[in-house]
Design a protein. Structure first.
Length: 198
């Protein structure tokens, strides 16, 4: 289903605003200008736990509004243990990532994935790196997302996908609704549990 969408993005010129790092949230984390739950770090990569921050007026469902983030790493995790591996160079496309950073990202993804699997006691993982399509932050990053456990229901199961494909708006809404809040104390405990396994 997504091949036609990917084709539409092939060979598109890179927008100029994607080439700068001045306002990049990941660059701010790398420079130590923004808070983040760091799981792992080398001279070429950093891995952070994805953790949301909520405002009391955030709502779900119809009339859905995005949470007001208090910090750049305050995005919505799909499930507890959702982490990002980010190279310490501002490159928008994974296809343009220098080999030495790509190799370091690969090592970090493998190492952090093992630690997350052990910490959340779930060997099912999704590892994703988007390039332009579905890329929310235009700085290369790899998502490591624990899979739902067998029998665990998710919002993703809803919808009529057999008779018609979902619109972009419906896909984003279902993705947003399937995300859960990770409390501060639980986030800190999860960070320590993952770090202990690195």
């Amino acid at each position: 289903m997504s091949s036609f969408i990917i084709k539409a993005h092939e060979n598109r010129p890179l927008p100029p605003e994607w080439q700068t790092d001045a306002g990049c949230v990941f660059c701010k984390i790398i420079r130590g200008e923004a808070p983040a739950y760091k799981l792992y770090e080398t001279d070429r990569v950093v891995a952070i736990l994805v953790r949301p921050s909520y405002n009391s007026d955030c709502r779900r469902g119809p009339g859905l509004r995005a949470p007001r983030a208090r910090g750049p790493a305050d995005i919505m995790p799909l499930r507890p243990g959702h982490a990002l591996v980010i190279p310490k160079v501002h490159i928008s496309r994974v296809s343009e990532l220098p080999d030495e950073f790509a190799a370091e990202c690969g090592k970090a993804v493998s190492r952090v994935a093992r630690a997350i699997s052990a910490a959340v006691e779930n060997t099912g993982l999704n590892v994703v790196c988007n390039q332009e399509y579905a890329q929310a932050v235009f700085h290369v990053h790899y998502h490591i997302i624990p899979a739902p456990r067998p029998g665990e229901s998710t919002q993703e199961d809803e919808g009529d996908r057999v008779t018609r494909p979902l619109t972009h708006k419906e896909m984003h809404k279902l993705e947003y609704q399937s995300r859960t809040r990770l409390e501060e104390s639980a986030a800190k405990q999860l960070v320590e549990s993952i770090r202990a396994r690195l």
